[in-house]
Design a protein around this ligand. Structure first.
Ligand code: BG6
Length: 476
């Protein structure tokens, strides 16, 4: 037992995303989204990274998002299981294309609104606060094909319409919102991050930063609208977090680590402070980027977020000599392998102290409450002879990260809540696998999409139930 430093109203819960859990990819009028076009297997990475000119569904491929874990038809039972663990908050996303199947319609699809109303009412019934991401790696495919996705300024209007619909339709049911999931992933995985495909020969940095500008304006605009519609609404940005450590104390390594951190924090700098950071000018010049900024954009950016949310799986490491031969990837962000840290079976380093460091950095920089909206260990789970999953490795990972959160709170960092990733097993975003599991609840489905979809409580389910009940005091 440790003394609890978590505030009494701390929001304990878990997180999922529509495209990795819902399935039912064309049900009740839903349109195709970017992630519906990303297959499992060898062709996954080139598409995710936007390295192909065009994407189309192929009968010979398997698309994990199409059925996922069928949360769409199981949401009641799934939410009841989360409630049984004592969840106070449930982070999930709305699939943009359930409300606007093509993305550019004038009026929303009522069936999509009805579905999410039922989901949020179910949360309310169990006293669970929804934390809703408006865009979690799923741009309607029609917007990619017709407009080039976020490279086109028109997306700001379409996103504004979609977000306004959500704030109005779910007013009274949802008050915590995130605009774009891991907004910085746009730079590292342009198609899955923001629906970007490139033409041969074009300056990709120009396309990416222009798209980033559009997302940043859209994010600030809808933050303002959320506050106008209901002043109780709280809107956050969302960073794929994890500080870069310098590989050595060589000044060149320290400088590279600083630059790498800035590359990711650039987005949060804008969303949290309300203006472009001073270093952006030189970055744009070096990359040959000339932003098309319209009158009024810089004023819109002044609508800053209420809190800073982030994912943390691993710290990162940089050296001046980084090259493709000596790097690994976690969350598609390239990093030097850190020789001081153990790693998961997927090569993601395990570094709880890195979470404390990241939290202190974010709070020092932004002075806004933080929300840790993703964390966890992707691991293979096996049933034992008694039909149990004894996932002590997951418990150990989470225990150490919860301790680090507590230490950061002791350091003076305000933290609103904790929603570990994939609280129920779901499809992996990077690999498309089901076997990379994060959940407290096992789902019977394999990498090829076979299985009964039966839900089973793992050992970590009962452990997390105790953690929540004791408000983080009992971590044994
Ligand atoms: C984050 C995403 O990148 O990390 C999630 O927001 C994702 O969508 C999670 O699933 C874990 O990554 P992966 O690749 O193990 O699923």
């Amino acid at each position: 037992m440790t003394d609890s430093q978590f505030p009494a109203n701390f929001l304990w819960g878990g997180a999922i995303a529509a495209n990795q859990a819902e399935g039912a990819h064309l049900a009740e009028g839903k349109g195709l989204t970017t992630v519906d076009m990303i297959p499992h297997g060898a062709n996954r990475m080139p598409i995710k990274l936007g390295l192909v000119d065009k994407v189309a569904l192929d009968d010979n491929e398997f698309y994990p998002s199409h059925d996922a874990i069928d949360f769409y038809h199981n949401y009641k039972d799934d939410i009841a299981l989360l409630a049984e663990m004592g969840f106070k908050v449930f982070r999930l996303s709305i699939a943009w294309s359930r409300l606007y199947p093509n993305g550019d319609e004038e009026e929303p699809n009522q069936q999509g609104i009805d579905f999410y109303t039922k989901v949020f009412e179910e949360c309310q019934k169990h006293g669970i606060e929804p934390l809703v991401t408006l865009c979690h790696f799923d741009v309607p495919m029609h917007l990619v094909e017709k407009y080039g996705s976020w490279r086109n300024r028109k997306l700001i209007t379409f996103f504004e319409r979609y977000a306004r619909t959500c704030f109005n339709a779910f007013d009274g049911l949802v008050k915590y919102w995130l605009t774009f999931n891991e907004i910085n992933i746009l730079l590292h995985s342009p198609f899955s991050g923001a629906g970007l495909l490139f033409q041969p020969g074009e300056n990709r940095d120009q396309v990416k930063y222009q798209a980033a500008h559009h997302e940043l304006v859209a994010s600030a605009l809808v933050t303002r609208i959320a506050h106008e519609i209901n002043p109780q609404n709280k809107v956050g940005c969302m960073l794929a977090g994890g500080n870069f450590y310098p590989y050595s104390c060589k000044p060149e390594d320290v400088f590279t680590a600083m630059e790498k951190d800035r590359e990711n924090l650039f987005f949060i700098d804008v969303q949290s402070r309300g203006y472009y950071p001073s270093y952006a000018k030189k970055v744009f010049k070096d990359k040959g980027v000339e932003l098309d900024i319209h009158d009024g954009d810089l004023d819109i950016l002044k609508n800053t977020v209420d809190f800073v949310s982030f994912s943390y799986y691993a710290s990162r490491c940089a050296s001046a000599e980084m090259n493709s031969g000596n790097t690994s990837e976690a969350n598609v962000v390239k990093s030097i392998k850190n020789p001081h840290l153990p790693a998961s079976d997927w090569g993601w380093v395990i570094d709880p102290l890195g979470l404390r460091i990241t939290m202190n950095t974010l709070y020092d920089r932004y002075q806004k409450p933080l929300f840790l909206v993703e964390n966890g260990l992707g691991a293979m789970d096996e049933f034992d002879s008694e039909g149990q999953i004894n996932d002590d490795y997951r418990i150990n990972y989470l225990r150490e990260h919860i301790k680090a959160m507590k230490q950061a709170i002791d350091d003076g960092v305000p933290l609103l809540g904790f929603t570990p990733w994939g609280c129920i097993d779901l499809v992996s975003a990077s690999t498309g696998e089901m076997s990379k599991r994060y959940g407290f609840i096992h789902v019977d489905r394999n990498d090829k999409g076979h299985g009964t979809l039966a839900r089973t409580r793992k050992k970590s389910f009962y452990w997390y139930q105790k953690v929540i009940a004791s408000n983080g005091t009992d971590l044994d």
